[in-house]
Ligand binder design. Structure first.
Ligand SMILES: Nc1ncnc2c1ncn2[C@@H]1O[C@H](COP(=O)(O)OP(=O)(O)O)[C@@H](O)[C@H]1O
Ligand SMILES: Nc1ccn([C@H]2C[C@H](O)[C@@H](COP(=O)(O)OP(=O)(O)O)O2)c(=O)n1
Length: 238
C-alpha cells in the first residue's frame, strides 16, 4: 500500500488581498500545516536592520544572506517565527521592516537561501501544507496540487490594511496606505529574481467584493475537487 502524497496548496498575491487570513483558515479547517513566506523575508530584513546592514545595498545584503538562522513554525493556529532563537513575530510587522523588505527580498542570495528553507518545510509537512507568498506557484513549489492567485482593488486592500490599524495613534491616511502598497507592488513585481506573478495554471480570485468566509469556502471547494480528481485518476490507474 502506498502512502497518500502530501497535499500542497500555493496561495500568492499582493499585500492586503487576504493571503494570510485565508491560508491560515484553509489550513486549519483541512488539518494542514501553514507557512507564511512573507514572514521569512521580513525576518531576514529585521536581522539586517538589527545588525546595521545597509538594506539599500544589495552587495551588503548578499554578503550577510547566510547569517540569520530563521525558523518557521507551521501551526496555522499559532504561526511562529524566530531568528537566531529570538521570537520576532511582533517586530517584523513594524514600519521599518515593511519599508525595507522589498529591497532585501529582491537580492538573489536572500531568495536562494529562503527558497531552500521553504522547500524543506513543504517536503516534510504531513499531511500537507498551505504556503502563501509571492512566487510559491511560479518558483518555490511549481508542482503544487492547487495554485491560487488572490487579487483585490487598490481601494479594498488599503481599507483592509488601515482597518487593522484603527484606533492606533499615527495611523496613515487611506491615500498614504494605497500609495505605499502600490510602491511595494511595483518593487515586488518588477524585480528580476522571482517576481510576484500569477502562475499560468493558478486560479485567480478577486476578493474585493467577497467576504473572507466566501474566499475560504471557495478555496476549500477547489481543494476537494482536486482531491476527487486525484482519487478518480488513482482508481482508473489502479
Ligand atoms: N475577503 C475579505 N474581505 C474583507 N476583509 C478581508 C478579506 N480577506 C482578508 N481581509 C482582512 O484584510 C486584512 C488583510 O488580510 P491579510 O490576510 O493579512 O492579507 P495579505 O496576507 O494578503 O496581506 C486582514 O485584516 C483581514 O482580516
Ligand atoms: N514569497 C515571497 C513572500 C514575500 N516576499 C516579500 C515581498 C513582500 O513585499 C514582503 C512581505 O511579504 P508579506 O506577505 O509579509 O506582506 P504583507 O503582509 O502581504 O504586506 O516579502 C517575497 O518576495 N516573496
Amino acid at each position: 500500500m502506498s502512502a497518500t502524497p502530501a497535499l500542497i496548496v500555493a496561495i500568492d498575491g499582493p499585500s492586503g488581498t487576504g493571503k494570510s487570513s485565508t491560508s491560515r483558515a484553509v489550513a486549519a479547517r483541512l488539518g494542514l500545516r501553514y507557512l507564511d513566506t512573507g514572514a521569512q523575508y521580513r525576518a531576514a530584513t529585521w536581522w539586517m536592520l538589527r545588525n546595521g546592514i545597509d538594506t539599500a545595498d544589495p552587495a551588503a545584503v548578499a554578503a550577510a544572506a547566510g547569517k540569520p538562522e530563521i525558523v518557521s513554525g507551521t501551526d496555522p493556529a499559532h504561526p511562529a517565527i524566530t531568528v537566531d532563537g529570538a521570537d520576532v513575530s511582533g517586530p517584523i510587522r513594524g514600519p521599518e521592516v515593511t519599508g525595507a523588505v522589498s529591497a532585501v527580498s529582491a537580492v538573489p542570495e536572500i531568495r536562494a537561501r529562503i527558497t531552500e528553507l521553504q522547500r524543506s518545510v513543504a517536503r516534510s509537512a504531513v499531511p500537507g501544507i498551505v504556503v502563501e507568498g509571492r512566487d510559491i506557484g511560479t518558483t518555490v513549489l511549481p508542482d503544487a496540487d492547487l495554485k491560487i492567485f488572490l487579487t483585490a482593488s487598490p481601494e479594498a486592500r488599503a481599507a483592509r490594511r488601515n482597518g487593522e490599524l484603527a484606533g492606533t495613534t499615527g495611523a496613515p491616511t487611506l491615500e498614504a496606505t494605497r500609495e505605499a502598497l502600490a510602491r511595494r507592488d511595483a518593487a515586488d513585481s518588477g524585480r528580476a529574481a522571482s517576481p510576484l506573478a500569477k502562475a499560468a495554471d493558478a486560479v485567480e480570485i478577486d476578493t474585493s467584493e467577497l467576504t473572507l468566509e466566501q474566499v475560504i469556502a471557495h478555496i476549500i471547494t477547489l481543494v476537494e475537487q482536486r482531491r476527487d480528481d486525484a482519487r478518480r485518476r488513482g482508481a482508473v490507474a489502479g
